[in-house]
Write a protein that binds this ligand. Structure first.
Ligand code: IMP
Ligand code: MG
Length: 179
């Protein structure tokens, strides 16, 4: 383990079985429907890549990039679209794929954008959830892994663009971001 990582919070094996379970549930719930998975860049890129292969029904993917964090560890509350979807989502079933649900501001903004585009449905699938920090209420269609109020990295998630390639979710040593 790297010395910037205090401890492993979710192991590679735990992620694998969660992804498998989610893939099964999504495939069952959206069977016969026109499903579009929307990954929120960059943090959810790894999760989306795994989820789409755990889904056994036909599916399309797209990406959206929003920015709120900069290089810090706290959400600013201010969210803006950096990359929009490639195609209209009218009449499609949208499942937003997100790495982690923290304050909820990011997903609240994304869900409000979705609702103006008239999809057949729009729901959220997040891997991790820090409920203790929620400021905007968000409904997750699929149960996320609940984690304590710690800044985590790995499995797509970063601190200042580092650590995204770790295969597990780890707690960052506070000295890394208080430097
Ligand atoms: P929210 O708007 O506060 O819910 O923040 C959600 C976004 O912040 C996520 O998509 C992540 O990119 C980022 N984020 C929140 N908590 C963490 C964390 O512990 N590590 C890395 N990124 C995080
Ligand atoms: Mg993110």
């Amino acid at each position: 383990m790297m010395n910037e990582i205090k401890s492993v919070l979710v192991t590679e094996q735990e992620i694998k079985s969660k992804v498998k379970e989610l893939g099964r549930q999504i495939s069952r719930d959206y069977s016969g429907k026109d499903l579009l998975l929307v990954g929120i860049l960059k943090g959810a890129a790894v999760f989306l890549a795994d989820i789409m292969r755990a889904v056994t029904i036909p599916v399309s993917i797209d990406f959206m990039a929003v920015s709120s964090y900069g290089a810090g560890v706290q959400t600013s509350g201010e969210v803006r679209v950096v990359k929009d979807l490639d195609y209209p989502i009218r009449d499609k079933h949208i499942l937003i794929i997100e790495d982690i649900l923290d304050s909820g501001y990011t997903l609240r903004y994304i869900m409000s954008l979705m609702s103006t585009a008239n999809p057949a449905s729009a729901a959220v699938c997040a891997l991790l959830d820090k409920p203790s920090r929620r400021a905007a209420p968000i409904e997750c269609k699929y149960p996320a892994i609940t984690i304590p109020d710690e800044f985590v990295v790995g499995y797509g998630m970063d601190y200042a663009e580092h650590f995204r390639n770790l295969p597990y979710v780890g707690i960052l040593e506070p000295w890394v971001y208080s430097r």
